[in-house]
Design a protein around this ligand. Structure first.
Ligand code: DHB
Ligand code: FE
Length: 364
C-alpha cells in the first residue's frame, strides 16, 4: 500500500531559481539563504521517496487567465519546464506517475473535488524551485512527481480550509493505492510577500513564524485563517500559503517537525522551508489504549476503596492534599504552597477577565 511519509512546505521565489542557475548561491546576498538547504537535501537523500505530490500554483505560465481551474492535476508521464519569459529553465524533465495520478483524480472527483485533469502541463518555478531546494542541482530528479495546481492567481481562490480538505482526500487516495510507494507531499509558495502596488515588499515575520509553529502545534487555528487575513497580514501573494494547508491536511494528526529554515528577504519575499514527518499511527493508538485501560483500572480501584456516595464537589488541589498528609513539614513549605495558591488565583482571575472580551469580539 502507498503511504504518505512526510510533508514539505517550501517557498518558490523565482530569484532563487536564477541564483541556482547562474551559480550565485555562495554570493553574500544568497549564502545565508542557501546555507539552510543542505540539511533538507541530506534528509531527502536519506528519505528516498518514490513519488512527490506537489501542490503548487502556476503563475500564468501554463494556465493562463483565459481558463482558470480552481484545482488541476497533471496525469501525464512527464512535464516539461515552462518557458516563463527567459526560455525554460535548464532543469531535468519532471517525470510523472500516471497510474497514481489517475487514481488521485478519480478519488478526488468522487469525493467532490472536481479536478481539472491535465494531460499536458508545463511546470513553472512554483514546482521546479522547491525541487531544486530539496534535491539540489541534479541531472535527473530522484522521484516521480504528481503536480496539483491550485488557483491563487485570480479571485475567487479556494480557502485554506478547503485546501486542507483537499489534502485529506489526497491522503485517502494514496492510502487506497495498492502499490508499495513512499509518498511525500509538497505545499509550495509563500511566505509573506507582496510583489506589486503600495505594499510591495511587505513581509510579516510574526505571522510567518506563528504559521510555521502552528503547522505542528495548532493546525486547527490555521484552518480558520480567511483570505482577508492572509492578504492583509501576509501580503497579497501570501495567499499562496493555502497550498501549505493542502500539504498539512494530507499528513494527518500525527506529525513532527524535522527541519526548518526561514530567511528574510529572498528577493521581495520571506522564504521558508519546513520538513515534517508523519508518525506511525500505531504508536499513539497503543498509548491511548493503555491509558484508557489504566484509567478504567484506577476507577475500579477507587470505587472499591471509596465510600458509596462521596460528594465529588470539593476538589482539593494535589499540593494541598500532600501538605495535609505531611503536617510535619516545615513552615517554609507551607508558605511556598500559599504563594502558589495566590498565583493560581491570579491566573484564574486573568482568565475570567479575558473571556467576556473574547465573546464580545466574536459577536461583532
Ligand atoms: C516572486 C514570485 C513568486 O511567485 C513568489 O511566490 C515569490 C516571489 C517574485 O517575483 O519575486
Ligand atoms: Fe508564487
Amino acid at each position: 500500500m502507498a503511504k504518505i511519509t512526510a510533508g514539505i512546505g517550501c517557498s518558490h521565489v523565482p530569484a532563487i531559481g536564477a541564483a541556482f542557475d547562474q551559480g550565485l548561491t555562495q554570493e553574500a546576498y544568497w549564502k545565508p539563504l542557501f546555507d539552510g538547504y543542505p540539511p533538507a537535501q541530506e534528509w531527502m537523500r536519506k528519505h528516498k521517496p518514490d513519488v512527490a505530490i506537489i501542490v503548487y500554483n502556476d503563475h500564468g505560465s501554463a494556465i493562463t487567465l483565459e481558463t482558470i481551474p480552481t484545482f488541476a492535476i497533471g496525469v501525464a508521464d512527464e512535464f516539461q519546464p515552462a518557458d516563463e519569459g527567459w526560455g525554460p529553465r535548464k532543469v531535468p524533465v519532471v517525470k510523472g506517475h500516471s497510474k497514481l495520478a489517475w487514481h488521485l483524480a478519480e478519488t478526488l472527483i468522487i469525493n467532490e473535488f472536481d479536478m481539472c485533469v491535465m494531460n499536458k502541463l508545463d511546470v513553472d518555478h512554483g514546482l521546479t524551485i522547491p525541487m531544486n531546494i530539496t534535491c539540489g542541482l541534479v541531472d535527473e530528479w530522484p522521484f516521480a512527481v504528481i503536480p496539483i495546481a491550485v488557483n491563487v492567481v485570480m479571485f475567487p481562490v479556494p480557502s485554506g480550509d478547503r485546501c486542507w480538505r483537499l489534502g485529506e482526500v489526497i491522503r485517502q487516495a494514496v492510502e487506497s493505492f495498492p502499490e508499495d510507494l513512499k509518498v511525500v507531499v509538497f505545499g509550495t509558495g509563500g511566505m509573506s510577500h507582496q510583489i506589486h502596488g503600495e505594499r510591495s515588499g511587505m513581509i510579516n515575520t510574526k505571522f510567518d513564524t506563528a504559521f510555521l509553529n502552528d503547522l505542528t502545534k495548532n493546525p486547527a487555528r490555521l484552518r480558520k485563517i480567511k483570505h482577508e487575513e492572509y492578504v492583509t497580514d501576509s501580503g497579497a501573494e501570501g495567499i499562496e500559503m493555502v497550498m501549505w494547508m493542502a500539504m498539512r491536511g494530507a499528513l494527518g494528526d500525527n506529525v513532527h517537525e524535522v527541519y526548518r529554515h526561514y530567511h528574510v528577504p529572498a528577493s521581495n519575499t520571506a522564504a521558508a522551508l519546513i520538513v515534517m514527518e508523519t508518525d506511525d499511527k500505531k504508536k499513539p493508538k497503543k498509548k491511548a489504549v493503555k491509558k484508557a485501560a489504566s484509567k478504567k483500572a484506577a476507577k475500579k480501584k477507587a470505587g472499591r476503596k471509596a465510600p458509596a456516595k462521596k460528594p465529588a464537589a470539593k476538589k482539593v488541589p494535589a499540593k494541598k492534599k500532600a501538605a495535609a498528609k505531611k503536617p510535619a513539614k516545615k513552615a517554609a513549605v507551607k508558605k511556598k504552597a500559599a504563594t502558589k495558591k495566590v498565583a493560581t488565583k491570579k491566573v484564574a482571575k486573568k482568565k475570567s477577565v479575558k473571556k467576556p472580551v473574547k465573546k464580545k469580539a466574536a459577536k461583532k
